[in-house]
Ligand binder design. Structure first.
Ligand SMILES: Nc1ncnc2c1ncn2[C@@H]1O[C@H](COP(=O)(O)OP(=O)(O)OP(=O)(O)O)[C@@H](O)[C@H]1O
Length: 289
């Protein structure tokens, strides 16, 4: 396959200040190419959306960045942190917190310090203050003492974000954190993350299959399709020419009522494997919101 489309868009926008550099990453699993020459950069305090349909390879890419999945080819470089991967915070997909888990919300946040050099040796008063600070940062102080399993999905999401933030990461990876939230909660969580990125200069890389809730806050986007990636600002990437090159066939980008819809032609007629993103509006197109 030809060199990713991506890179020409990405290269233009990339400066030398990258915190994370992903370069030429290939991943093959079960005899299939899951990621093909994926490359992009993330800089401090930037909010980056990692957008792609179900099965596009978002989780695989996050696992490569975390060092949990070895790429077949390519490299991941973390610079400026001075502490390598321990400078990464991670909120995984589908964390199940059962109602009978005997932990308060603040206990879950506190657990984020353990195992990190940052938390070891801190006196209990200092730990408590830090947990309180993180709970306040995610607007969760009012349910700090509630059993975590009894909180709503949106409230649990805030606690998991605070858990990841308490180790003071330079880069926060979130895998589909909006998947189980209603629109209002999704907007709140997105606004909260954008504020944290700005105030604490934490770079955020957040995966989602729906880009519209992220449009107001994304500094950059990494769009995955067919294993390849296009990266840049949304204006650079979410265009008919760039996405058509990425998918390998005609894709239309439509702006309607403040939303962006990516209309992907049928895979059989187009000769490409198109993900099942979004809402199928007829047998010929998928609409990626
Ligand atoms: N260990 C594995 N062996 C073989 N195939 C795998 C393995 N792990 C993932 N895959 C495949 O890789 C592809 C990408 O999976 P991945 O979970 O990265 O996608 P995703 O974009 O995160 O999807 P979703 O939005 O549904 O979570 C899928 O087709 C999946 O079946």
């Amino acid at each position: 396959m030809t060199q990713s489309v991506v890179d020409d868009v990405a290269r233009r926008a990339c400066g030398s200040e990258a915190l994370l550099s992903v370069s030429g990453v290939d991943v093959r699993l079960g005899g299939r190419t899951i990621l093909d020459q994926v490359g992009f950069e993330v800089r401090p305090g930037e909010f980056t959306g990692l957008i792609g349909s179900n099965g596009a390879g978002k989780t695989t890419l996050l696992r490569v960045i975390l060092g949990l999945q070895r790429p077949t080819r390519g490299s991941v470089r973390l610079t400026r942190t001075g502490r390598g991967r321990s400078g990464i915070g991670y909120v995984p997909q589908k964390v199940l917190l059962e109602p009978d888990v005997p932990l308060r919300a603040r206990d879950v946040v506190g657990l984020g310090m353990d195992g990190h050099r940052f938390g070891i040796g801190l006196p209990s008063r200092r730990r408590r203050l830090l947990v309180d600070e993180m709970l306040a940062a995610v607007d969760a102080s009012r349910f700090a003492n509630a059993r975590v399993g009894e909180l709503s999905g949106g409230e649990q999401q805030r606690i998991l974000i605070a858990h990841a933030l308490v180790s003071r990461p330079d880069l926060l990876l979130l895998d589909e954190p909006l998947a189980n939230l209603d629109l209002g909660s999704a907007h709140e969580v997105v606004g909260l993350l954008a504020r944290i990125a700005r105030e604490q200069q934490i770079a955020i890389l957040l995966s989602a299959h729906e880009m519209n809730p992220l449009l107001p806050v994304m500094d950059r986007i990494v769009y995955l399709a067919g294993g390849r990636a296009a990266s840049g600002t949304t204006e650079e990437v979410i265009t008919t020419p760039v996405l058509s090159r990425l998918y390998g066939h005609r894709v239309d980008v439509i702006h309607v009522h403040g939303r962006v819809l990516v209309v992907v032609g049928d895979s059989e007629t187009a000769g490409d494997s198109v993900g099942d993103i979004g809402r199928e509006i007829n047998s010929d197109v998928d609409v990626v919101g």
